[in-house]
Design a protein around this ligand. Structure first.
Ligand code: ACM
Ligand code: ZN
Length: 535
């Protein structure tokens, strides 16, 4: 009885003095590591002074100033100031804040964002923008401590099947940066078009950058010949100057650009320009339809390696990234099986089959690129025939390639089709524009866990992160690209950034509805399925 009385008193006490919990009254995506709010608020004036601790902090501060201006606040930026101003931004390399992390305090007399790097400060500012968007001028007093779960947070864009203006690529980068992605994987070469200027090979611009026409509607490998075509020449390419412009733009936003030059497959456009690089010497025609093609670079001819090395010699200086993507996926071995050059190479090198020949090809390119200070990334087919010694594997056909690579002590980026392919339908195909197939809803993307349960804690350290991919066979316009990417890529941002175990889909839906006006302000053509009806 005494015990029950004691429990009763405890219960009463608990009810009488609830913890000082004020509901969080702003929304942030991706959800931060920790948010504590207090009673009270800080009022943002019409006139806001932003102080930045250094030149680097000032550069980042400009993004905040621009945002405030668009949102009708007047603000001034104080140079190299101490902790004064309504918003104080500080980069302190000595602080023990993780590299891309930040701490934010909204106090009685102002806001302070502290980071140990420009990237961390930049991410703090992205969070602050969403706070202002969702809380208005009256900011609840709060402390946020934040850092990413994964070091690789990627988005891919295929420009081989369809091309997009440089301004669109910049907008794609803006959105990535806002949702705290840090890597843009630029898929630059394909069967249907070569999209990066290589000065030493003018026919890549004159020939490989164009296809004579494009298939209309769905066409599989077996129906290619009977399919309908639009009769319109299609193509173009990015100049080296444009590539540099994109890289500079991305760098300012703490995004690394990784170029992909596909080998040995998905190379029909290059073979059309330089048929001697194929096993049969052609003639070839830049692909007009989608899928996988048997015409790939000849692995027996020395000219192939000379060409690719020269191409990389022009590509690498444009992209300071440590990584370079060499493709490696979907390379049928049909021609190699019949080609005297390829067969001679196999016997000279003691290779047991054509998979080992592909491995020879990739390893030889890896050696060349390693010597230039680069680490290669390849699609998971590079596991077949033996993995190149230092390669990073991008696991796309499922999680198996990633699991296998991690078990072999190789770093891995997860992009399994079922969660990460944004060319898949996001809702009932009957109600959606034409897409390649599949079905991955926002909720499925959100549910993704990049660390496969089969890995030990040690092996799991090889999972650098994950990436959404946008293949553009059916994505003919910038608007359609955005429709496929958002909000699914926003859901993935939380998979990549927020601490494991904190995801909550209902909460995500509420928060994305709260930040919806930002997407509108930035004129993003996002899909509306998960947004509440407008009043
Ligand atoms: C791929 O989707 N072929 C990597
Ligand atoms: Zn060959």
């Amino acid at each position: 009885m005494k015990y029950i009385l004691y429990l009763f008193i405890l219960l009463l006490l608990n009810c009488a003095s609830p913890k000082e919990e004020v509901p969080v009254s702003f929304s942030i995506i991706p959800q931060p590591d920790s948010v504590v709010t207090h009673g009270g608020s800080f009022e943002l004036d019409e006139q806001i002074e932003i102080a930045a601790s250094s030149e680097d902090a000032q550069k980042v501060a400009q993004f905040l100033q621009e945002f405030l201006t668009v949102n009708e606040f007047n603000s001034s930026l104080l140079a190299e100031a101490d902790s004064e101003g309504d918003i104080f931004l500080e980069i302190s390399p000595e602080s023990n804040i993780p590299k891309e992390g930040y701490q934010m305090v909204i106090g009685d007399s102002g806001v302070k964002i502290l980071a140990s790097s420009g990237a961390g400060l930049f991410y703090g500012i992205q969070s602050f923008m969403q706070i202002v968007q969702t809380a208005g001028n009256t900011l609840p007093l709060a402390e946020i401590i934040d850092q990413p779960r994964f070091s690789y947070r990627g988005m891919h864009l295929d420009v081989g099947r369809h091309m997009f203006p440089v301004d669109f690529i910049k907008k794609y980068i803006d959105m990535m940066a806002h949702f705290k992605y840090n890597t843009f994987h630029w898929h630059l070469t394909e069967d249907q078009g070569w999209r990066i200027e290589i000065k030493q090979y003018p026919k890549l611009q004159e020939v490989a950058a164009y296809r004579n026409e494009t298939v209309v509607g769905h066409a599989s490998t077996s129906t290619r010949d009977s399919a309908k075509y639009d009769g319109k020449r299609y193509g173009g390419y990015y100049t080296q100057e444009e590539a540099k412009e994109v890289v500079a733009y991305a760098t300012e936003r703490f995004i690394t650009v990784i170029p992909e030059i596909e080998l040995p497959g998905h190379s029909k456009a290059a073979l059309t320009a330089y048929p001697d690089l194929g096993c049969t010497n052609g003639p070839y025609e830049t692909a007009k339809t989608w899928g996988v093609f048997e015409d790939i670079y000849c692995a027996g001819k020395e000219e192939t390696f000379e060409f690719l090395e020269n191409v990389f010699d022009e590509v690498l200086p444009l992209f300071p990234s440590n990584y370079v993507h060499i493709g490696g996926d979907e390379a049928p071995k049909t021609q190699w099986e019949k080609c005297p050059h390829c067969q001679k190479r196999m016997s000279e090198e003691g290779l047991a089959d054509e998979h080992e020949l592909q491995s020879y090809f990739v390893q030889r390119m890896e050696k060349y690129l390693n010597n230039k200070g680069k680490t290669i990334i390849g699609w998971d087919e590079i596991l077949e025939g033996g993995l190149a010694p230092n390669a990073v594997v991008m696991s796309w056909r499922g999680e198996e390639g990633g699991i296998e690579a991690a078990k072999q002590n190789h770093d891995v980026i997860m992009t399994p089709v079922d969660w990460c392919y944004l060319d898949y339908y996001q809702a009932d195909p009957k109600t959606e524009p034409l897409a390649i197939g599949g079905m991955t809803t926002v909720e499925e993307v959100y549910s993704y866990e990049p660390i496969p349960s089969q890995l030990s804690t040690e092996e799991a350290k090889h999972i650098l992160g994950a990436q959404c991919n946008l293949w553009t066979e059916y994505i003919t316009t910038s608007d359609y690209a955005e429709y496929m990417v958002y909000p699914r890529a926003i859901a993935m941002s939380e998979v990549l950034w927020s601490p494991k175990g904190t995801k909550n889909y209902e909460g995500f839906i509420d928060r994305i509805n709260d930040i919806q006006p930002l997407l509108d302000e930035w004129d993003v053509n996002y899909a509306k399925h998960i947004f509440k009806e407008e009043e």
